[in-house]
Design a protein around this ligand. Structure first.
Ligand code: NAD
Ligand code: DAU
Length: 351
């Protein structure tokens, strides 16, 4: 194998798409997926590639310093793509501690191990930290987040991600560890855990259950198809400039309520229900505390310098996503019942 790559959080939503892309496109890389398998980690996302020769899974908690040290003793990593995180804003409001442990301490554990293992030969190595546009806080009616926008996180989730970004940059400046960071907008697509807006709405509409839209229906987000994020990560991992930051976004701003209304129309069509049926399931509830008003990303640096561009039109991507959830009803039911957690014991516990 030419390179050994560590991908953390590879059993999660975005991580599983990144793992699939790297395992399939780079047969001469050994891809090691290190994941704790929290409620958000699902190895059933990776059944199509799990038997490939260039893929290995390691169940570890990055908060456990010794487990991380042991992992770095077992493998000589050339590159790290760090996605493992607590990722849901609402959970960070009801329980911030886990976000501090995983997102900050877990990142520092990985940085320390990378530093230790690369100290004599940092050339050609890369610690790639995956972050979010939410570190920039909220925009007013105009403007876009650029790589120069000052950090202004508003939720415990975004504050923990901002903190991890600062630690990654500090390890670069202080210890010379080669790093790169990207900050991406909202992802959507197959395999997203149904606590997030789009899969939650799809699941509830399918079951004729109501679902909540927070606040005054004015929040604006920039949505990107998950495979576009995986392709941006591929571009940045291979061509990004060490020490730099890249913003990733779909140039695709949607008011929450408009997005939900489009989704309702697609669901009515796919489920052969009279038009207007799904819309009746929307319930308007109290706002999320600290809810950012508007996110929008300027990704021109990534497009110009590294030649990346997003692929599907949003309506096509959303339709593809709906189709995926409707044809993968079993995946969804196993996630909702918790049965997906048994897959690890079945496949890996005897190793
Ligand atoms: P996710 O919640 O679907 O997956 C997170 C993964 O990390 C899971 O597999 C989980 O088991 C693993 N994990 C959690 N704690 C761990 C620990 N202590 N040790 C090892 N593994 C652990 O998240 P996602 O939506 O795929 O996001 C992945 C990354 O991308 C995160 O860093 C997130 O901040 C970032 N991001 C997400 C989005 C988005 O829209 N989802 C946008 C921009 C950036
Ligand atoms: O912007 C990038 C971020 O996008 C990532 O860093 C996070 O990891 C990811 O979870 C996502 O965060 P959001 O908070 O934007 O995603 P969520 O799906 O939770 O919410 C999207 C929008 O929909 C937000 O404005 C809140 C709203 N919402 C959400 C839920 C779950 C609702 O109105 N109702 C809901 O039930």
């Amino acid at each position: 194998m030419k390179k050994t790559i560590l991908i953390t959080g590879g059993a999660g939503f975005i991580g599983s798409h990144v793992i699939r892309r790297f395992v399939n496109n780079y047969p001469d890389y050994l891809v090691v997926n290190a994941d704790k398998l929290t409620y958000a980690g699902n190895l059933e996302n990776l059944t199509d590639i799990e038997t490939k020769k260039n893929y290995l899974f390691e169940k570890i908690d990055i908060v456990n310093k010794q487990s991380v040290l042991d992992l770095f003793k077992k493998y000589c990593f050339d590159g790290i793509i760090h996605l493992a995180a607590e990722s849901h804003v609402d959970r960070s409001i009801t329980g911030p501690d886990e976000f501090v442990f995983t997102n900050i301490i877990g990142t520092v554990n990985l940085l320390n191990s990378a530093l230790n293992s690369w100290k004599n030969s940092p050339e050609g190595k890369l610690f790639y930290h995956i972050s979010t546009d939410e570190v920039y806080g909220s925009l007013g009616k105009d403007g876009l987040f650029t790589e120069q926008t000052a950090y202004d996180p508003k939720s415990p989730y975004s504050a923990s991600k901002a903190s991890s970004d600062h630690m990654v940059r500090a390890y670069n400046h202080t210890f010379g560890i080669p790093v790169v960071i990207s900050n991406c907008s909202n992802n959507y697509g197959p395999n997203q855990f149904p606590e997030k807006l789009i899969p939650l709405a799809i699941n509830n509409i399918k079951k004729n259950k109501t679902f909540p839209v927070y606040g005054k229906w004015v929040n604006i987000l920039d949505f990107l198809y998950v495979e576009d994020h995986a392709s941006a990560i591929d571009h940045i991992f291979h061509r990004g400039k060490v020490g730099d930051t890249y913003n990733i976004g779909g140039n695709n701003e949607w008011k929450n309520i408009d997005l939900i209304l489009l989704l309702c129309r697609i669901m009515d069509k796919k489920l052969n229900r009279p038009s207007g049926t799904s819309e009746k399931l929307i319930t308007y509830v109290k706002d999320r505390p600290g809810h950012d008003l508007r996110y929008a990303i300027d990704s021109s640096k990534l497009q110009k310098e590294l030649g990346w561009s997003p692929l599907p039109e949003f309506a096509d991507g959303l339709e593809k996503t709906v189709e995926w959830y409707l044809t993968n009803g079993k995946w969804l039911e196993r996630v909702l019942s918790g049965d997906y957690g048994k897959y690890y014991d079945l496949m890996y516990s005897g190793r």
